[in-house]
Design a protein around this ligand. Sequence first.
Ligand code: ACO
Ligand code: ZN
Length: 188
Amino acid sequence: MPLNPAKPVYAISLNLVGFTLKGQNLSSQGFDVRVFTISDLERVMHINAKCLPENYSSYFYRDLYTKYPETFLVAEADGEIQGYIMCRIERGWSKKGKLSAARLAHVVSIAVMESHRRKGIGKELIVQSMARARRLYDCDEGYLEVRVSNEPAIGLYTKLGYSKVKRNYGYYLDGEDAWVMAVSLEEF
Ligand code: ACO
Ligand code: ZN
């Protein structure tokens, strides 16, 4: 039946619980992204230990959180944290070849528990962290180091617009090389 134009048509108010545009909660994708708090520390250190050979003291995490809380994010799914990203904000030369100084958002570490990979969590952690680095810390570029053999991570970064800007020979403790990959934050 056609709507009667003489009658006001009320907007249907759908209460999409946990879903906010441009926002923090992304329940529609099956996970939430939010800022880290100290009570998440143990779980984040556990994820790091399970996923990466580069491990850090609790002091290291606390220090990054104290200095750059806005870009230290976690992803929750199935009622538990399944991924994290943490960054350091630095001043340095542009990694993108511009002959100028830049404010850089350095992704120090990102990991997603194996059972929760390929659901878009890693992508969302980077997108939100880089957008916040641009907006809240006035950063121009993002960069990171990644093992040259780490195809999943290189695939993720490439998809998000990062490009390889330098090879750091013997960067890791076991002698493996790193790609330095960088992106302009105008993309975020
Ligand atoms: N092979 C190829 N491409 C991949 C892979 C893979 N195994 N995983 C992700 N990608 C690419 C794809 O393009 C993917 O899109 P698609 O699924 O539509 O094809 C895109 O990245 C997005 O993938 P997400 O689902 O968002 O990534 P995920 O949540 O699985 O997290 C991560 C990726 C963080 C690299 C995960 O594999 C991981 O935790 N690995 C172990 C820890 C690690 O290597 N961390 C990075 C170290 S470097 C650093 O920390 C700076
Ligand atoms: Zn680094």
